[in-house]
Design a protein around this ligand. Sequence first.
Ligand code: GLA
Length: 734
Amino acid sequence: MISISDDKVFALTNAEFSYVFRVLDEGLLQHVYYGAPIAHAEELASHFRVDRGATSHFQGVPNLNLNDLPQEYPTFGTSDYRRPALHGVNADGNSVFTLKYVRHTVTIDKPDLDGLPSARGGESETLIIYLADPLHGLEVELFYTIYQNYGVLARSSVVRNSGKAPVDLTHIMSSTIDLPPDDYDVLHLHGTWSREFNAERTKLPMGRFEIDSARSTSSAAHNPFLAVMERGATETSGNVFASTLIYSGNFSLSVETGEFEDVRVLAGINPFNFAWHLAPNEAFYTPEALHVFTPYGLRGMSRIWHRFIQNKVSPERFRNIARPTYLNTWEAAYFDIDEAKVLTLADKAKDVGVQMLVLDDGWFEGRRDDTSSLGDWTADMARFPSGIPALAARVRAKGLKFGLWIEPEMVSPNSQLFEDHPDWALQVPERKPSLGRNQLTLDFTRKEVVDNIYDQIEALLACGDIDYVKWDMNRNMTEAGSTALPKGRQLEVPHRYMLGLYGLLRRLMEAYPDVLFETCASGGNRFDLGMLSFMPQGWISDMSDPIGRLAIINGASYLYPLDVMTAYIGPSPSHQNGRISSIKTRYNAGALCAAKGISLNSLDIDTDVDLLRELMRLAANTSGDFIGGEFTRLISDDTQICWQYITRDRRTIYVAYFHILSAPNLPFRRANLADLDPVAAYELQEDGTIYHGDTLMQHGLALPYVTCGQPQAGVRYMDRGDFASHLFVLRRKR
Ligand code: GLA
């Protein structure tokens, strides 16, 4: 997978891609190639050195203009004017660094990133390149991991200060990918609360295009994902270069088209509002960036991401493990919840065949609304007189699992924890704090704060009857300062916070490996591979209206497999957008997600009890199908969505079709299924028709006809009216 020539050409090649760079005589790293696999890296033409006129040449080397040289880890101030990978102020007070090759190693053990989460190794090799700037005693290690069976290149870097004076860094990016000139589009996922993951595709402009977060959470505004692709690329063809980060805090993914039209992708911690004081003998580890190349368009890209996340990022413990269906109390009762209601809802859950009762917000000391109590994680004795362990045991005695909501990173100003430790919230001197949902963020840069929260969570989990935890986080940070850090290190707080959080998660996962954790941040405000590397599933959005959710799942599916998504049947009219929809469509919108459930009150459950029994039993009986399989977007436009899902054993095919607004006289539509076995026979479960794989892929599956007219015999119809849906199931015969 990794070949290294005598003249230091490094070629990382597997069946999906080649990535090639070399060491120049000057000691700089020149990027050479990233694309479809090639066997003879040594044949790749070297970079022309010409005097283009009005350009600067690197440290006196004739015609070596770094501004047009593709590089691996560029710095600023020596003829490259684009944004660098590494930047800051050295002991001399200037910002000029020159990193030159020193040596390299190759290892099959994927290096640990000093507390940061990263993809698991295995059937992989990691190339480590050591660079140094002896003038300032700065050393950089670049990690490149290539896998035998995945089209993913994992990259990160470490900066060490081996000099005698501190260095103040502002840019410490995880990776740079310098792409050749071409006509590119860029695809990214933007949004806001309850409207996350809108995919926008736009022409890559000259200059800089950047998505980032300065909220100290990866955020719903921009998910940490970006794809640069050939202008002509489609769902099924064309070169795509995509990037993400295994990180949950302030990130930046930027694409800069330079004056010579070459394109630089930088991935890492957001340099805006960031600084790191690197004292002698200290090291800084960057989050891991993941890069995908595929010539097979966006579908090809998603395939690679999904398989990689399923097998190398999601926690191993829950890999290929079916997820329980659940009833969540939030949209059933909000804060109007008590022990008796929980037990009633547990009975209802049991009756309709749901497997777990999840007690959401509102159970802890004094919590009647969102103005108090975060930080005091003991049961409210007025409404939960038996306490959580006893309640959990009673729910379990009914034959259900028990799950609990917590928001451990937060503190309400109106809480015992805050009264006891006002300095434990993030804050800056002499400024009134800005509140978000009436709450403050705890200072997770401090060990004693993290330890206190660990102990409080442990006190809950120690009873052994809590099967699941919904880990929420409901505000972006402001005044992100720490009373425990000196003035010169205040801009380190957001990243130090992430290290504190990841440390806490790691401790909890090690102590309670069997507890299923679900990440949530007002829905999708921190839905990223950092959190998902600890927690197998996530509440992707608070939007529980099915039509609103379709677009969210569709957008998120560019990067994330549906294995990591949860969905439930919420109330109608929807509490988020007022839309009225059928129970069937509310189920179908989440039908391909790994974890399904309901969040309905007793009355709503009683009203539709038969249908809910049918659907929740279906969800429970088929939950194993929706782990580790292969999801494909077949159709997604303004009026319809069609998704396909092939189970892990490739024997069952689900096709979920949604028609959003009804209209008269629409075309007869078909969906061309993908990646079936062309010679295998598949039986359509609803009518027993047999189709072969080639028929379903080439001629397609006839989609139900949308009509407002009178139904006629022999025609498969959608339900009448808006927001109709249909779930096909096909089973492979032999
Ligand atoms: C957030 C979550 C919801 C719910 C509430 C409880 O908004 O996204 O699902 O848990 O908090 O306060």
